[in-house]
Design a protein around this ligand. Structure first.
Ligand SMILES: Nc1nc2c(ncn2[C@@H]2O[C@H](COP(=O)(O)OP(=O)(O)OP(=O)(O)O)[C@@H](O)[C@H]2O)c(=O)[nH]1
Ligand SMILES: [Mg+2]
Length: 218
């Protein structure tokens, strides 16, 4: 497990490096998923459950993005997959250059599926292309059902929404219909209602993920 510390670069130039990353991923047949969402939404927990479900059949790698610490990377490392932790030194998102640097620590020939856990933030990560194949947002019940309405930028750039912690719907009085309607106002998106605690709904997410990967021919 490696930890690299790298400050954010200017946005200009990001798109160029994102295209370079995309070419590297294509050349190595690596399907890359950028997982975004608020702090604590359950991104790492979802990753751990997804790794558990897939790791016997798919070679997985993970890039962890956090402002500080290697806490999430240690959890992923313990799950037995290669992981690189990026510490952004204060920046609220990952950018394409950070991913390019992290890639030098992987043997991409030995990875089929690379997950990038972005910095916990519902705004900034949406603005930075990393060269990924798919983007998802993990939203969670305790955050409230108004998040798609209040943070439309994130819901505009993703390919699917995972609504996590549905085991807590009753406690928080979460209105799933309101949430679904507001997502739909932004874009017609697949929404998976999941609980990483009870495992409800996770098979739908995993089927969707594998379907997307097959669709690009990997
Ligand atoms: N009840 C419940 N708790 C969950 C669920 N998924 C995750 N959690 C808990 O939510 C907390 C935050 O989960 P993480 O996976 O660390 O969240 P994260 O999005 O990776 O957080 P950051 O990396 O800090 O942005 C942990 O205490 C998890 O155990 C769920 O489906 N239900
Ligand atoms: Mg995390």
């Amino acid at each position: 497990m490696k930890v690299i510390k790298v400050a954010a670069s200017v946005m200009r130039g990001n798109e160029k490096i994102a295209l370079e990353n995309q070419a590297v991923f294509r050349n190595n047949n690596v399907f890359v998923v950028n997982i975004m969402g608020s702090p604590g939404a359950g991104k790492t927990t979802l990753l751990l459950k997804t790794i558990e479900a897939l790791k016997d059949n798919v070679r997985i790698g993970v890039i962890e993005g956090d402002i500080a610490t290697s806490h999430d990377a240690e959890l992923i490392h313990a799950a037995g997959v290669p992981v690189v932790q990026i510490n952004t030194e204060g920046a609220c998102h990952l950018d394409a250059r950070m991913i390019q640097l992290a890639l030098t620590h992987f043997n991409l020939a030995e990875i089929d599926l690379l997950f990038i856990e972005n910095v916990g933030n519902l705004v900034c990560p949406a603005g930075f292309n990393l060269g990924e194949s798919a983007r998802v947002v993990v939203s969670s019940v305790p955050e409230g059902d108004d998040k798609p309405k209040k943070y439309p930028g994130m819901f505009r750039v993703v390919d699917a929404v995972l609504l996590n912690k549905i085991d807590l719907s009753g406690v928080f009085g979460f209105n799933i219909n309101t949430f679904r309607e507001d997502v739909r106002q932004t874009r017609e998106l697949e929404i998976f209602e999941v609980s990483c605690k009870t495992m409800d709904g996770l098979s739908g997410w995993i089927d969707w993920l594998m379907g997307k990967r097959s669709a690009v021919g990997y």
